[in-house]
Design a protein. Structure first.
Length: 182
């Protein structure tokens, strides 16, 4: 039942876009807040307040982004199963080859790692707010967040390549062109 719902409404790409948007915005806002706090906040109370607001906004973006990453992974798994079941045995053999595995399977594996990385990033970010001891790891968090963001954007690119360059999961039948429009 859930598989039909996911396939019928194409939930995987919809949820993926939320994951990418929320997590990317969260990381970028957090880095900006960190930069403001580390550089110009000492000079101005307004700048300090801006840094604080950006940090809070980042947290508000990262938590639903991490939840969305879990949903992206779950819907992605269902989508991969649906695609696998819908293709011919010959196409399955191509995907099982080294070249196919590089595209299809690496996207799934990276998706799993990203789900865990984004969850860990959101938890780390919450702990930065809650603990002065952990707050000392903020620069390590910022570096890790940028690396995870790069992996997330690469993941979006590989998903786009699977669909737009290789037609994975799409109906590749074409309709005969019509001679006139009504």
């Amino acid at each position: 039942m859930m598989d039909m719902f996911i396939a019928k409404y194409h939930l995987h790409p919809i949820i993926d876009h939320f994951t990418i948007a929320l997590c990317s915005a969260g990381v970028l806002v957090d880095i900006l807040g960190y930069f403001v706090g580390a550089t110009i906040a000492r000079r101005s109370a307004r700048a300090w307040e801006l840094g604080e607001r950006l940090s809070r906004a980042a947290l508000v973006l990262l938590i639903p982004g991490a939840i969305s990453a879990v949903l992206s992974r779950l819907t992605g798994e269902r989508e991969a199963e649906r695609v696998w079941d819908s293709i011919s045995a010959a196409a399955q053999q191509i995907l099982l080859s080294d070249a196919g595995r590089g595209w299809f399977l690496s996207h799934a594996v990276l998706g799993t790692y990203l789900m865990y990385a984004l969850l860990a990033l959101a938890i780390w970010r919450m702990l930065l707010e809650a603990s002065a001891t952990i707050a000392r790891t903020r620069s390590g968090y910022a570096l890790t967040a940028v690396l995870v963001l790069c992996a997330l954007l690469y993941q979006g690119r590989t998903g786009g390549e699977l669909v737009y360059d290789h037609g994975v999961g799409t109906n590749t039948t074409t309709l005969a062109p019509t001679s006139s429009l009504h």
